[in-house]
Write a protein that binds this ligand. Structure first.
Ligand code: NOJ
Ligand code: CA
Length: 556
């Protein structure tokens, strides 16, 4: 089956024939999705065995977190070979099979590209290290002499996003200390020098490599961090030229223009999806200009508290930011870097920022799940692309009691445990059975799941929830099926309608054929419109919509 023939069979819905403008994209964290060979780590065989779950759920595409050859110092975001699959996950042949099988089920495939940094095990870095000062391969990275009398201090005061200094000192063959290299994340993730044309050529080739294998798009990791100010000046918080000296430099846009040309050169253009984590709305929108990337994650929505006025403000701002550049908005409640939203919504303070994870805060999981049910109906009713993170369709909560000895996230280690990190949202997901590994690994597996699963997940497995109309899984299935059928939900129109206090009411479609009502108040309300109720997140109470509940209404 040729790659182009396969892609052409996929349905193109949404405005402008660009499927990503209204797609539902399911995020697969390969380590934690399903383990086919019993070593306790998810793999491509596990994904292939469960593609029916994704087809049954009704998603349009899947995004894979990195599956490349990697020492796994940051769960695969430390890439040693961008063209090879890590043996723990499988082989390139299996990846190609998986892409074909997903396409045959009408599911598109997005891979994660990590351009800001590679791994210390990448051949370039190995060569740069061995070549010593003066070796030209060092110019692919940021090697610098240290400060202080004998170079014992880092070249500047930048801090790693994972904690601690952003520089690590090299050691020569005889153990003599040498130059330092820059890493905005873990020391195992040296930053690449994007001023060097060889780095640019390499990544353009990596893009073609995956597009030629039929992948339908890429998710660009840390997309705003690539270009550094080569002066490498200390960070001056009183006078930041930009959010950080390593963030959002103008030159970065040249890179994405070149990538866009490559993405557009395919018979069906490939999608460019950016992880652009910038607080400034205008700077964010600049990445979504006509000849740059297509869409970017909506971190404002991801961290938005469960509060009507704030939700409304974030929705308004999101639509306002995307409109001038004619890019589709995106909506996301959870991902592999943030506490699961069932937990977030079950706390007194339902907001989230990267520095404010509130792990261990008292949590009412029943309330969190109720809000999560309402939130997904809100999410799926908004105009644009929706991202779902594996396990949210099961209503999984953050796992907060992982013993320190079993934690894996470098963030935990680099902050000496002060920040517990991201392991709690990465626990292998439950498929079936009453006890761990809940079908994650096959019977007779030799390895335990790489992070321990809670004892109480028996009722949250795919098996336990399937066929139970009250389950989170069946709510997701119903909602996704309806979203596909309702044309008003795949165009870009959106209007607020009047409603009671703390109740979000909006219509979709040019003639307002669809209305979503979300009751974020603390009391039941009458529905503010007449029509046919096609879905509710929880049952109505005597014709009233209870608190923390959403309803979908077909008007005609
Ligand atoms: C963002 C990714 O989402 C995160 O998981 C990773 O640790 C960093 N980029 C570094 O690659
Ligand atoms: Ca495995």
């Amino acid at each position: 089956m040729s790659e182009i023939a396969t892609v052409e069979r996929l349905e193109v819905r949404g405005a402008k024939g660009q499927w990503w403008r209204s797609a539902v994209i399911y995020q697969i964290y390969p380590r934690s999705f399903a383990d086919s060979n019993g070593d306790g780590i998810g793999d491509l065989g596990g994904v292939r065995a469960h593609l029916d779950h994704l087809a049954g759920l009704g998603v349009d595409a899947v995004w894979f977190n990195p599956w490349y050859a990697s020492p796994q110092a940051d769960a695969g975001y430390d890439v040693a070979d961008y063209r090879a699959i890590d043996p723990v996950f499988g082989t390139l042949t299996e990846a190609e099979e998986l892409i074909r099988e997903a396409h045959a089920l009408g599911i598109r495939v997005i891979v994660d590209v990590v351009p800001n940094h590679c791994s210390t095990a990448h051949p370039w870095f190995v060569e740069a290290l061995h070549g010593g000062p003066g070796c030209t391969t060092r110019d692919l990275f940021w090697f610098r002499p240290g400060r202080g009398a004998s170079g014992e201090l880092p070249p500047n005061d930048w801090q790693s996003i994972f904690g601690g200094p952003a520089w690590t000192r090299t050691t020569g063959p005889e153990g003599t200390p040498g130059d330092w290299y820059l890493h905005l994340f873990a020391p195992e993730q040296p930053d690449l020098n994007w001023d060097n044309p060889k780095v640019r050529e390499e990544f353009e080739d990596v893009l073609r490599f995956w597009f030629d294998r039929g992948t339908d798009g890429i998710r660009i990791d840390s997309a705003a961090l690539l270009m550094k100010d080569c002066a490498l000046a200390d960070f001056d918080p009183a006078d930041p030229p930009l959010p950080h000296p390593y963030e959002d430099r103008d030159e970065v846009h040249h890179i994405y223009r070149a990538w866009r040309t490559i993405a557009d050169s395919y018979p069906e253009p490939r999608a460019l999806i950016g992880e652009v984590w910038l607080p400034d709305a205008q700077r964010f929108a600049a990445y979504l200009r006509e000849d740059e990337i297509h869409t970017a994650f909506n971190f404002a929505f991801l961290g938005c508290p469960w509060d009507a006025a704030t939700l409304r403000a974030v929705i308004d701002e999101t639509l306002a930011v995307h409109a001038p550049v004619d890019a589709p908005a995106t909506w996301v409640l959870s991902n592999h870097d943030v506490p699961r939203h069932v937990t977030r919504y079950g706390r007194a303070d339902t907001s989230f920022t990267l520095d404010y994870r509130q792990l261990g805060a008292p949590t009412d999981h029943a309330l969190g799940r109720r809000r999560a049910r309402a939130a997904v109906l809100l999410n799926l009713a908004l105009p644009g692309t929706v991202y779902l993170y594996q396990g949210e369709e099961l209503g999984l909560a953050e796992v907060e009691d992982i013993p320190d000895a079993m934690r894996q996230d470098p963030m935990f280690f680099r902050t000496a445990g002060e920040n517990p990190g991201r392991d709690g949202c990465r626990v292998p997901i439950p498929w079936s059975g009453n006890t761990p590994p809940y079908g994650f690994s096959p019977p007779g597996a030799t390895g335990q799941p790489w992070l321990p699963q809670p004892a109480g997940w028996r009722d949250l497995t795919v098996e336990a929830q399937s066929g139970n109309p009250d389950s989170m899984l069946e709510l997701y299935r119903r909602a996704l099926a309806y979203r596909r059928r309702q044309p008003a939900l795949s165009d870009a129109t959106f209007s607020w309608l009047p409603g009671p206090d703390a109740v979000l009411v909006f219509s979709r479609g040019p003639d307002g054929a669809f209305v979503c009502v979300v009751n974020v108040s603390d009391h039941p309300v009458a529905l503010p419109v007449h029509g046919t109720i096609v879905a509710t997140s929880d049952p109505m109470e005597h014709d009233r919509l209870p608190p923390d509940t959403a309803a979908w209404i077909a008007i005609r």
